[in-house]
Design a protein around this ligand. Structure first.
Ligand SMILES: NC(=O)c1ccc[n+]([C@@H]2O[C@H](COP(=O)([O-])OP(=O)(O)OC[C@H]3O[C@@H](n4cnc5c(N)ncnc54)[C@H](O)[C@@H]3O)[C@@H](O)[C@H]2O)c1
Length: 338
């Protein structure tokens, strides 16, 4: 018997798209279809019915209806932040794998609950964070040791939106956080992959628009991170209304410097001699395809799952810790002036 015929053909995965009519959901439809059969979609948006017809799958307006009407292996979840936890909980209780947008969870408590449910059901919950699949960030992680012991990093990530934040991101109840949770999740996760968990983070929350200040949704956040080792510190600035869109991570080490932007990275010796320049070999979309293929291909891989849970728990804990501290300070101030 040939090796080919000895292999059992794996049936194609069946995917349910939850939030498919939104920005991220629409971006993922063609990629998911390469690796799975899309057997249905859940979205409450008025345009979702016509979109589902175009793609040839049934549209449901609630997860309960989808769970009753179609059989699927994995749900792709791309919904506003307030919807993540209740949807994921329901899906795990029904024994479904989940591949989802960030954040993995908003609070450490919810992250722990999801992990417990997933482990109990022997199911995965993977968070889509494209920097982990961008060859430039992979180069950075692999080559970090070449700059000696890192003692400082500086990470900036800015959008140049000309208007106040709108849609669900402008609603406290739906967004559950400002730019730190939304854009900052990516950066805190990148740092979780390179450095230990910070022992202390000092944060400044800044607002461009009064309505965002009123809703306690920061437009800009500036963070100073301290680590268990006194020889490492770092800072981040993340904002929505800068004059230009940019992302840059700079790490200084005892033997050189590493600079990373999504399109390319450089390694320099102390003093500035260029040691290596790395340029992203393909378009941005390659990372998205690689990420979705990887997670759909590892739904039953417990090692990948456990690593993912550990990393996401750290990322969630750091962000949750910053917001808790912020709300403690706010309450203290309110008490002092009441
Ligand atoms: N990785 C990235 O770079 C990136 C970029 C943008 C957004 N995101 C993340 O993607 C998620 C969605 O953001 P978006 O910008 O696509 O938002 P969006 O508003 O464009 O899309 C959300 C969709 O979810 C639908 N929806 C709302 N509640 C639902 C529910 N209970 N069940 C099913 N569908 C529901 C809405 O109708 C909408 O179509 C968020 O978690 C966000 O943080 C990630």
């Amino acid at each position: 018997m040939s090796t080919y015929s000895q292999k059992r053909a794996q049936p194609r995965l069946r995917a349910l798209m939850v939030g498919f009519a939104g920005h991220q959901g629409k971006e993922y439809l063609p990629v998911v279809r390469e690796y799975a059969d899309i057997v249905g979609g859940v979205d409450v948006a008025p345009a979702a019915g016509a979109l589902a017809d175009d793609w040839g799958f049934p549209r449901f307006t609630g997860i309960g209806e989808a769970l009753k009407r179609v059989d699927f292996d994995v749900a792709m979840v791309t919904v506003p932040h307030s919807e993540h936890f209740p949807l994921c909980r329901e899906l795990l209780l029904h024994g479904k794998h989940i591949v989802k947008e960030k954040p993995f969870a908003v609070t450490e408590e919810e992250a722990r609950q999801l992990i417990e449910l997933a482990e109990g059901a022997d199911r995965s919950v993977y968070t889509l964070l494209q920097r982990n699949f961008n060859p430039v960030f992979q180069f950075a992680r692999k080559n970090l040791a070449r700059i000696g012991d890192p003692y400082w990093f500086s990470y900036d990530y800015h959008f140049n939106l000309a208007q106040p934040t709108s849609g669900w991101r402008a609603s406290r109840e739906q967004a559950l956080g400002g730019v730190l949770l939304d854009m900052g999740y990516h950066l805190i996760d990148v740092l979780s992959g390179m450095f230990p968990e910070p022992s202390r983070v000092n944060a400044a929350f800044v607002h461009h628009y009064q309505e965002m200040r009123d809703r306690h949704l920061e437009d800009l956040v500036s963070l100073m991170c301290s680590y268990p080792s006194p020889t490492l510190s770092g800072s981040l600035r993340i904002s929505r209304h800068n004059h230009e869109k940019s992302e840059r991570l700079c790490v200084l080490g005892t033997g050189g410097a590493l600079n990373v932007e999504p399109q390319g990275a450089t390694l320099h010796s102390t003093g500035g001699r260029l040691l290596e320049r790395f340029t992203r070999p393909g378009p941005k979309t390659d990372a998205v395809r690689a990420m979705i293929a990887h997670y759909l291909g590892h739904l039953d891989d417990r090692d990948v799952r456990e690593d993912h849970f550990r990393r996401q728990l750290t990322t969630v804990r750091v962000i949750d810790g910053i917001y808790r501290e912020r709300s403690r300070e706010r309450n203290e101030l309110a008490d002092r002036y009441s």
